[in-house]
Design a protein around this ligand. Structure first.
Ligand SMILES: O=C(O)CCC(=O)C(=O)O
Ligand SMILES: [Fe+2]
Length: 304
């Protein structure tokens, strides 16, 4: 088996400095920010996860995930209407700043979208997930930043408990990871105390670590953001309880896909139930604006 060695370090470490996180993102494809969630926020979210997992277990709703090799860990696929803290997490300033950093400016300044918001809780005996990229589903392979990912640490992430493993700089290798067993990618655990966030470019090779602890769990909340023209994993408006969305900000609703504008066209949701239509966000800009922006963003023809 070929071993793909780690590139040269030193590698990113958890830091409270968001500019350093961005520099790490650019160079290594990931960064770790410390202290993004307050201890109070961590406690609240962690307690909700514990309660929701119990509820889902009792209701027989825990399904095996195709991404995990055993049923020891726990995944909750949609968090956004389980509690307003998870609804509002979509627009956390850290996530918005880092997603903009990864995805870059958008056509007509349209908002990027939340792809999904889920939890992955490793438990003693959980196996590792296997090294993959989160944009591996995009065919043909497109070597561009298409997916911005955040993993919020609700417990301390250390190696024993299954901290996410990352392969530094793999986001610029220009090809998918091989998963046929012919190659082993050396990787590092992304370490940080509860309240930290691992942010990475979706092309980065990574995967959940194995939980080799005796009695500790490791909860991560995973948020992904994609361009306005991509199809998110979760069709939030058709899935979420509109009552929980009632107090959500306009920005939050745009991120969750309640915006009715796409490619500059505003197409109101005339057939949506009233309570969902009431949550939609329409055109916010002048058409003249749009013409100017198109010209700016269009690559110029080389002079002949
Ligand atoms: O929970 C983790 O550590 C990573 C999970 C992951 O990579 C995924 O779900 O795609
Ligand atoms: Fe992943």
């Amino acid at each position: 088996m070929d071993i793909v060695k780690l590139p040269e370090g030193p590698f990113p470490v958890a830091t409270p400095d968001w500019e350093q996180v961005k520099a790490d993102l650019r160079e290594f494809g990931y960064g770790i920010a410390k202290g993004v969630l307050s201890p109070e926020e961590v406690r609240t979210m962690r307690a909700i996860l514990t309660r929701e997992i119990e509820k889902d277990e009792q209701a027989g709703k825990i399904k095996e995930s195709y991404t995990d090799r055993d049923a020891v860990n726990r995944r909750l696929s949609v968090l956004s209407d389980r509690h307003p803290v998870f609804r509002d997490l979509a627009e956390h300033p850290f996530a918005l700043e880092m997603a903009a950093e990864i995805l870059g400016p958008s056509y007509l300044n349209e908002t990027f979208l939340l792809h999904g918001l889920s939890a992955n809780v490793t438990r003693p005996g959980s196996s590792d997930m296997g090294i993959h990229g989160d944009t591996d589903f995009i065919r043909p392979y497109i070597n561009a930043p298409l997916f911005a990912r955040m993993i919020y640490f609700l417990d301390d992430f250390d190696e024993e408990v299954g901290a996410t493993r990352v392969v530094p700089k793999s986001h610029i290798w220009g090809h998918l990871p091989l998963k046929d067993g012919s190659v082993k990618y050396e990787s590092l655990p992304a370490l940080g105390p509860a309240g930290s966030v691992l942010v990475y470019d979706g092309r980065l090779y990574h995967g959940t670590g194995a939980n080799r602890s005796k009695d500790r769990e490791r909860a991560g909340v995973i948020a992904g953001y994609v361009h306005s023209w991509m199809r998110p994993l979760v069709p939030f408006p058709m899935i979420l309880d509109p009552k929980v969305m009632e107090g959500a900000s306009e920005r939050c609703r745009q991120l969750l896909g309640y915006g009715t504008v796409n490619m500059g066209f505003d197409l109101p949701w005339t057939q949506a139930p009233e309570e969902i239509a009431a949550l939609t966000v329409g055109q916010k800009r002048e058409i003249t604006d749009m013409r100017r922006e198109v010209r700016q963003d269009t690559p110029q023809q080389p002079a002949s």
